[in-house]
Design a protein around this ligand. Structure first.
Ligand code: FAD
Length: 355
C-alpha cells in the first residue's frame, strides 16, 4: 500500500483524529467517548440517519438492559445518545459508505490513514474505529413476484409506527426475536395478529416464546405454522390476504398488512478488503485494545469478533471506550493519556453541564 502525503495533493481532505464508521448506538457512544478523551472525530454512515439497528429494525421495541436505564424504547436510546454526544458537535456524514483505505503520514512522519467514501469524501485520520454492526444491511425480502408492488404500502420489513396497524388484520412472518416481539406488541392495537412461522420452534428468547404461547392460549392472537405461498390483492392493489402453505395443504389468511421479519442480509462490503483478520465477516480484535490485526484500525459493537463476544449494546460501549484510549496514542504520540473523571475536568464539566 502506498504512503502518500494525502492533504498536500487533496486540499479538501478532512483531517481529524478518529473516523468512526457507523452511527449506530455504538458509533454514537464512541463519539461521546472521543470527546471526553479530547479526541476530534467525524462519523459516517451508509444510511441517511443515525441509530443503526435500533432505528432501522426496532425503534419502538423496549430495551431493558442498558445500565442505569431501566427501560426505554430503542429510538429513545438513540435520541439520548445523540443528545449525549451533541456538546462536542462532531460532524456526521450520512449516505456515505466507507470504501477505500490508504496509508499516509503527517509532517513528523507519524503514520496516518486515508479513508475514502463512495460519495467522494476523504478523511485523513490517525485511527479508524469501525462500528459497522451487521455491515451495510438490508432486510431479507419476501421472494414472491407480487411482493414488490406491495412494499412500503402493505408489506413492511420494519415497524416504524405502531399506530399504522391500529384496527388492521396483521400477519407477522418470522421466527426470531423481532417477529415475536412485534406480534406481541401489535396484538394490543391491531384487529387481529397472526404470527406465521415455518415450524413450531423459534430463534427467540424463551420468555418471548412463552409470552407468545400464553397470548395464543388466551385467544389474544393466532399462531400458524406454514410458509407464504401467495399474496392476494383487491382492484386497488391493497392486500386482502395471504395464501399459506401448511402441512395439510394451502389455506388463505385474510390480512390488511404483512410484516415480514426474516432477518437481515448483511455484507461487510469493502471493509472486508482492508487487509484485517476476519471471522465470518466480522473483524477479529485484541480484547485489550479492540484493535484489529491492522495497526490503527479498531472495531467495536456487533462487527467486532473475539471469543465469547456478546452482540449487545452495552458490550459495544465498553469496546469503543477501550479502543479510543489506544487510538489516543496514535493521535497524540508524544502525550500521555491521563485518566480523569469527567467531573474533575473543569472545561469538560462546563461543556457537558451547559449543553
Ligand atoms: C430485534 C432486535 C432486538 C434487539 N434488542 C436488543 C436489546 O434489547 N438490548 C441490546 O443490548 N441489544 C439488542 N439488540 C442488538 C443491538 O441492536 C446491537 O447489538 C446493536 O445495534 C449493535 O450496535 P452497532 O452500533 O455495533 O451496530 P448497528 O446498530 O448495526 O449500526 C451499524 C451502523 O453502521 C453502518 N454501516 C455499516 N457498514 C458501513 C460502511 N461501510 N460505511 C458506513 N456505514 C456503515 C450501518 O448503516 C449502521 O447504521 C437487538 C437486535 C435486534 C435485531
Amino acid at each position: 500500500m502506498s504512503t502518500t502525503p494525502a492533504t498536500a495533493t487533496h486540499p479538501e481532505t478532512i483531517q481529524t483524529d478518529v473516523l468512526i464508521v457507523g452511527a449506530g448506538p455504538v458509533g454514537l457512544f464512541a463519539a461521546f467517548q472521543a470527546g471526553v478523551l479530547g479526541l476530534k472525530c467525524e462519523l459516517i454512515d451508509v444510511l441517511d440517519r443515525a441509530g443503526g439497528q435500533c432505528t432501522e429494525l426496532y425503534p419502538e421495541k423496549p430495551i431493558y438492559d442498558i445500565p442505569a436505564v431501566p427501560g426505554c424504547l430503542a429510538q429513545d436510546l438513540v435520541d439520548r445518545l445523540l443528545e449525549q454526544c451533541a456538546p462536542f458537535a462532531f460532524p456526521m456524514h450520512f449516505s456515505q459508505r466507507a470504501d477505500g483505505l490508504g496509508e499516509t503520514a503527517n509532517a513528523d512522519g507519524h503514520p496516518r490513514m486515508l479513508v475514502t467514501t463512495d460519495a467522494g469524501k476523504r478523511f485523513d485520520v490517525a485511527a479508524v474505529l469501525i462500528c459497522a454492526g451487521a455491515g451495510a444491511f438490508a432486510p431479507q425480502r419476501v421472494a414472491l413476484p407480487e411482493a414488490a408492488a406491495l412494499e412500503d404500502r402493505h408489506l413492511h420489513y420494519a415497524v416504524r409506527d405502531v399506530s399504522r396497524f391500529a384496527g388492521k388484520r396483521v400477519i407477522v412472518a418470522g421466527g426470531g426475536d423481532s417477529a415475536l416481539d412485534w406480534a406481541l406488541a401489535l396484538r394490543k392495537v391491531a384487529a387481529r395478529v397472526t404470527l406465521l412461522h415455518r415450524r413450531d420452534g423459534f430463534r427467540a428468547a424463551d420468555h418471548s416464546v412463552a409470552s407468545m404461547r400464553a397470548a395464543v392460549e388466551a385467544g389474544e392472537m393466532d399462531f400458524v405454522i406454514g410458509m407464504l405461498g401467495s399474496l392476494q390483492t383487491d382492484d386497488s392493489g391493497a392486500l386482502t390476504g395471504a395464501g399459506i402453505k401448511t402441512r395439510d395443504g394451502e389455506q388463505t389468511l385474510p390480512a390488511d398488512e404483512l410484516i415480514a421479519l426474516y432477518g437481515l442480509v448483511s455484507e461487510p462490503g469493502p471493509i472486508a478488503q482492508w487487509d484485517m483478520d476476519m471471522r465470518a465477516g466480522r473483524i477479529l480484535v485484541d480484547t485489550t485494545t479492540y484493535e484489529s490485526s491492522r495497526r490503527g484500525i479498531f472495531a467495536a459493537g456487533d462487527i467486532a469478533f473475539y471469543p465469547n463476544k456478546q452482540k449487545l449494546i452495552l458490550s459495544g460501549f465498553h469496546e469503543a471506550a477501550l479502543a479510543l484510549r489506544k487510538a489516543y496514542h496514535y493521535a497524540f504520540p508524544e502525550k500521555a493519556l491521563v485518566h480523569v473523571h469527567t467531573s474533575n475536568n473543569a472545561a469538560l464539566k462546563e461543556k457537558l453541564t451547559h449543553a
